[in-house]
Each structure stands twice: as C-alpha cells, then as structure tokens.
Design a protein around this ligand. Structure first.
Ligand SMILES: *Cc1c(COP(=O)(O)O)cnc(C)c1O
Length: 423
C-alpha cells in the first residue's frame, strides 16, 4: 500500500479535532513539531494571562481574593481541572513549583531510608535533571549516590524492559522514580504493572509525566501510583517556565511535606501566622511558597482546550498522526539510513517520534531553514512531535517530503553537525 498527499488530505477532512488548530499562533507560519519541548501559545492562553494581568491592575493586593480567578485559590482550582488528565481525584493534584522542585519535594517527603532499605531506583535513560535531584536528595541523607542510586540499564540505548525494572526492585529499594514516557525514544512504560509490582514489594513508586501529560490518558488513582509530577509547558501549552504540577495519592494525605513553607498550610490557617505549620489536609500541603501567578495564568485558557477536546480523542489522533508519520518515513526515506528509534506498537509509543541519523544535528538545521521545527537530541536524535491539537496530516506529509529533499540533494551538508546552545 502506498500513501499519498490525498490520503493526508482525507485524514485531515475527517479529523474531529481539526478546528482547534486555528486557536494557536504559529511562529512564521511554520510546521511546528516541537510541542513536546515548548507547546505553542493559544488565543485562550493569551486571553487568560491578560485577564490575570488586568486583575492585578484593577485590584492590586485584593486580586488574591477578587476578580475572575482569585490568585489565592488558583493552584487548587487548576489542579482540580488537571486531575482528569492524569486520572486522579480533584484533591490529589496541585499546580505548583517546577518539575525539578516538585521532584525534590516528593522525594524529600517519601524517601525514608532505614537500615534495610536505603536505595532509590531510577533508570539510565532518565532525564538529567531528575537524576541530579535524586543524587542530591541522597547526599542530603548522607548517602553516597554512586552506591544508593540504582539505574536500570537499557539493552539498546533507547528503551527499557519492564522485566529488568521489576528485577531491580530488591529489598534494598525504598523508592522508585521513573518516567511515564521516555524523553528520547518516546517509549511508554506500563505504569499500572510497575506500580503493582512495586507495591507487592512494599516499595513506593512515582512517575515523571513530563512527556505524557496532555498527550496520553493516565489512571494514576486507579493504578494506586504513590506520587507523580510534571511540567506544563510541553504538551499542555502553558508557556515558557509555566508552573508545574504534582499528584499525591490520597492515602498519603497527612504526610508532613519534606520541604515546607507557608503555602503548605491549611488555607484557613495560613494567615494566623503561627510558627507551627498546620498543613493542608490534601495535596495542597506539598506547596511551598507564593505561587508564580503570572506563570500559571496561561494555563487557565490552555487547560480549557484540553477539557473540550478530551484526552481520549487527543490520544487517538496522536496515535494516528504518528502511525501515518512512521508509514511515510518507511515509504519515502528507506534509502537514507534513518533508524526509527521509537517503539512502533501503539501501546508502547508516546506522542513523539525519535528518528536517529549520524547527521541528525545538521539535518535539524536544514529542516529549520525550511520552516519546519523539530528538536535535536545529542548525539544523533531528531525528535518529531506531531501534536494532536495543532498539527495536521498534511504537516506530516510535507515534513517527510522536505526531509526527502534534504537527503536527496544533501543540503544538510551546508550546515555544521553540531548542536546549538538550546537544542
Ligand atoms: C522537561 C523535563 C524536565 C524539566 O524540568 P524543569 O524543572 O521544568 O526544568 C524534567 N524531567 C523531564 C523528564 C522532562 O522531560
């Protein structure tokens, strides 16, 4: 079977999410395939940011309790809205901090090494920031990271085997932190299975959802995951540096936050100004200080779009877009030495593709000069994220045709095979 431009057009015509595309701003009318690094600005996100600015202008300090979105309750309200995207109860999600800070918070709350269990289990393909955070948390407990941070190995440098992870769940492990979707290969880990296996062995388990939030559905509460954390500037389109989020399963409510601050307080007690903390009875206890309100504001609008579109619909279109992309790569680029580094099967493939090539850095530069935005992951990876809310099948078609031209005419050779400061 051969795929054509007409197929792409037909798929776009029957796409029930197609109308969302017009809500987004495309820089220079590009084909934007980098929504898994920084999602695009939508008109609704822009509007909600302006509305929060307006509340500041109109109300000054009273903006904390007045206006359309009183700032004092915004973290809780956005958490409640976001809960459906991760399959949590509304009281289990709070919008706060940053991904890395939230990981610090959760590990400092849930990592209690004792004589037998002193180790944290992660993986060797994990995102560097997560590894740095785990290493520093171990050091803070007086434990040597080289001994106490166990990293599950990958056989192929791309993916992890769940069997290997389960085998590493020994009786020395106190805590497990893993990604839901691997940031390079886009592999989805089976969170349900891993949680079940961890709990069988009395180990707490948490997931970094940076690459799955807004792209695939989750059922964190049903699976019994202990904690999770994620950023909001990738698939969720919250804007550069937008406030992150975390989830804590309700059976852990009442735990004293490892990193406390006055925003950990029960809301009615916070302004009593006592020196003894009365923590919130729910996930709110894991906040630290004053929320970055202006970095949270775009999320009000951005999240509305997700709730309207429906995460199940988003996942379906995302799978269909990435499948079409893979088919075209196999059909059009067979002779150019690309390796498809992401899992091929639907159940194991997240929202982005990972194309490997030894000239990847300069192929990315050539694509950018053709107004197509991928991202490069050192040393040889091209990440391509066709985003359900704003990419089309024709975008995918055009990208593959452009890649083919770049390879056929060797235009990539005009560029240096070296990454930029921000890749
Ligand atoms: C994007 C990303 C981060 C980023 O952390 P910040 O604290 O927002 O800088 C961390 N972990 C993973 C897996 C990511 O994909």
């Amino acid at each position: 079977m051969t795929f054509t431009l007409d197929d792409a057009k037909h798929l776009d015509q029957s796409d029930n999410l197609a109308s969302f595309r017009q809500e987004f701003y495309f820089p220079n009318d590009c084909i934007y395939l980098d929504g898994n690094s920084l999602g695009l600005l939508s008109k609704r996100a822009e509007q909600s940011l302006l509305s929060v600015l307006d509340a500041w202008r109109q109300f000054g300090i009273d903006g904390w309790t007045k206006g359309e979105n009183p700032w004092f309750y915004l973290s809780e309200q956005l958490g409640e809205k976001m809960a459906s995207l991760v399959g949590a109860n509304p009281q289990e999600v709070i919008v706060t901090g940053s991904t890395t800070v939230n990981l610090h918070q959760l590990v400092s709350t849930f990592f209690h090494p004792n004589n037998a269990r002193t180790k944290i289990l992660a993986d060797e393909l994990n995102f560097p920031s997560d590894i740095y955070a785990l290493q520093s948390q171990l050091k803070l407990k007086g434990l040597e990271p080289d001994i106490h941070l166990i990293r599950v190995k990958s056989d192929d440098g791309r993916t992890l085997q769940e069997e290997d992870i389960i085998e590493a769940m020994t009786d020395e492990i106190a805590l497990i932190v893993l990604p839901s979707v691997l940031y390079r290969s886009g592999q989805i880990l089976d969170m349900k299975r891993l949680t079940k296996e961890a709990h069988k062995r009395n180990i707490l388990i948490g997931f970094d959802l940076c690459h799955s939030i807004g792209s695939i559905p989750h059922a964190l509460s049903e699976w019994g995951v202990d904690f999770a954390f994620w950023c909001t500037y990738k698939h969720l389109n919250g804007g550069p540096g937008s406030v992150a989020a975390l989830y804590v399963n309700q059976r852990h409510f009442g735990q004293i936050p490892g990193l406390a601050g006055w925003f950990s307080s029960h809301k009615s007690k916070q302004f009593d100004m006592e020196h003894t903390l009365s923590p919130a009875g729910d996930v709110g206890a894991f906040q630290i200080g004053t929320p970055h309100v202006l970095s949270m504001a775009p999320l009000i609008g951005a999240l509305e779009i997700f709730l309207e579109a429906g995460i199940e619909n988003i996942r379906q279109k995302s799978l269909s877009l990435t499948r079409f992309f893979i088919n075209l790569i196999q059909q059009e680029l067979a002779e150019y030495n690309f390796t498809i580094g992401n899992p091929i099967e639907d159940a194991h493939r997240g929202g982005h593709l990972f194309l490997e090539h030894k000239e990847a850095a300069r192929i990315c530069k050539a694509l950018k000069d053709k107004n197509i935005i991928p991202d490069f992951r050192s040393p040889n990876g091209i990440r391509l994220a066709p985003v359900a809310l704003y990419n089309s099948y024709v975008d995918v078609w055009n990208t593959v045709q452009t890649l083919k031209d770049i390879m056929k005419n060797e235009t990539y050779k005009q560029y240096e095979n070296k990454r930029e400061v921000v890749a």
